[in-house]
Write a protein that binds this ligand. Structure first.
Ligand SMILES: [Zn+2]
Length: 96
């Protein structure tokens, strides 16, 4: 299984990627002000679900870095389309 990156550099903030188990969540983002941020990804999922979750959380990050306002459903829809766009064009996803 490809490995997710350890750090993703956003436009403003660097996001450390951490594998952490959750009972109900695929992932989440924690932002610590100026100090940086962590994106937690549940390691019990397949790579496909982990990458979809990472893209989803990174879209939240992009939204936050540009003023915010996207609703959860919008983040869901755009992140699913983003992963499909990469796959259909044969582009590498993080860790591949
Ligand atoms: Zn979300």
């Amino acid at each position: 299984m490809p490995k997710l990156p350890e750090v993703v550099r956003g436009a403003i903030t660097d996001y450390r990627i951490v594998h952490r188990k959750h009972k109900t969540r695929a992932g989440r983002i924690k932002i610590y002000g100026k100090g940086g941020a962590i994106i937690e990804i549940n390691p019990d999922m397949s790579y496909d679900l982990q990458i979809a979750t990472l893209v989803h959380e990174l879209l939240h990050a992009c939204d936050e870095e540009t003023g915010g306002g996207l609703k959860e459903r919008e983040v869901d829809r755009i992140s699913v389309a983003w992963v499909a766009l990469y796959r259909r064009n044969g582009w590498k996803l993080p860790g591949q």
